[in-house]
Write a new protein. Structure first.
Length: 328
């Protein structure tokens, strides 16, 4: 059932992408604001209490609906519920239109339009960035976005669905990722500053939840790319990145397609007052360079192929596991 739910959700998301402003994401945003306002008292245990209250109720809600549908209606209704939850948590179209817009602008030689598209996507300053550096940043942002919107969600959904928890994993992963970004801001929409304890709790929880999915994504890129170089990058160059989980993915990507990644992050524009759930973590500012060729247009096409091949591999693996479970 998991395989068909994922397949249907991906097809639905390609045919009718989720709108930027939708009630589900708005509801999660409002819930996180309410929890932070009422439980962020500045102490370490308050941070963990607030994080748990922000994450656990949405997870219990989707699991409860799944169990009720399985018990009283049947597995077809439960599968449709899985599809609905995956539709709002999983998908390429939540970020791929930015990638396509920038790639098409660069293909046509319109660097100004490409810079504007990158600036709009990431809320960064791109005026003084050389073309190769702009391509590098697009590759890095796209790979991390693919992981957080597709591969990480797939991993946690499949893992918890296998033990009867339905779409709980998809919600756990996306809400945890959102809180790690949203609560990392010092101020939110004119509210009181977010305490350091709450920021640390959200970031620590996210690092733990994303630890294994990040390595599975890197392994997938190694399998469908240049395996030996990707594994070497994973082993020897992850430490050059400030975020260990993102570093594993970027180092493996660099080896898989032979591109130089890492380095200073783009300077952020004035911090936004809201953090939409579909955005990614702010650009890193620490140095870290992998071996490889300077980023160029061919690498953008290589990244697209790398991601899609990896999706196909994991879907085939999931299909085989589902078939083995049915036959067993």
């Amino acid at each position: 059932m998991s395989f068909f739910a994922i397949l249907l959700a991906l097809l639905l998301e390609q045919a009718r992408p989720l709108s930027r402003e939708n009630p589900v994401h708005a509801g999660i945003r409002a819930w996180s604001v309410s929890v932070r306002r009422n439980f962020d008292a500045g102490r370490e245990h308050h941070g963990w209490v607030a994080w748990g209250l922000a994450v656990v109720p949405p997870v219990l809600l989707v699991v409860g609906v799944y169990w009720l549908l399985m018990r009283w209606v049947g597995w077809p209704a439960a599968m449709l519920w899985n599809v609905a939850v995956l539709y709002v948590t999983l998908g390429f179209r939540q970020f791929s239109h930015h990638f396509t817009r920038i790639r098409d602008a660069l293909d046509s030689g319109d660097e100004h339009a490409a810079r504007e598209a990158l600036a709009e996507w990431r809320q960064v300053e791109t005026t003084e960035v050389p073309r190769s550096e702009m391509v590098r940043h697009v590759i890095e942002y796209s790979v991390i976005s693919a992981h957080r919107h597709v591969f990480g969600v797939l991993f946690w959904f499949a893992l918890l669905a296998a033990v009867g928890l339905g779409p709980a994993g998809a919600v756990l992963y996306r809400v945890a990722e959102y809180l790690s970004r949203y609560w990392s801001r010092n101020a939110i929409a004119g509210a009181a500053p977010v305490s350091e304890r709450l920021q640390q709790s959200a970031k620590q929880a996210w690092l733990v939840i994303d630890w294994l999915p990040a390595r599975m994504t890197a392994l997938g890129f190694a399998v469908v790319g240049s395996f030996e170089e990707a594994i070497d990058g994973w082993r020897f160059h992850t430490k050059h990145f400030p975020n260990d989980n993102d570093g594993v993915i970027l180092a493996a990507t660099a080896g898989a397609i032979n591109v130089r990644l890492g380095g200073s992050g783009l300077k952020m524009r004035e911090e936004l007052t809201t953090a939409p759930i579909y955005d990614d973590e702010d650009a890193w500012q620490e140095p870290g360079v992998t071996p490889g060729r300077e980023a160029e247009m061919g690498h953008l096409r290589s990244v697209g192929g790398l991601v899609w091949r990896s999706v196909v591999v994991w879907m085939l693996l999931l299909a085989l596991l589902s078939l083995a479970r049915l036959l067993g």
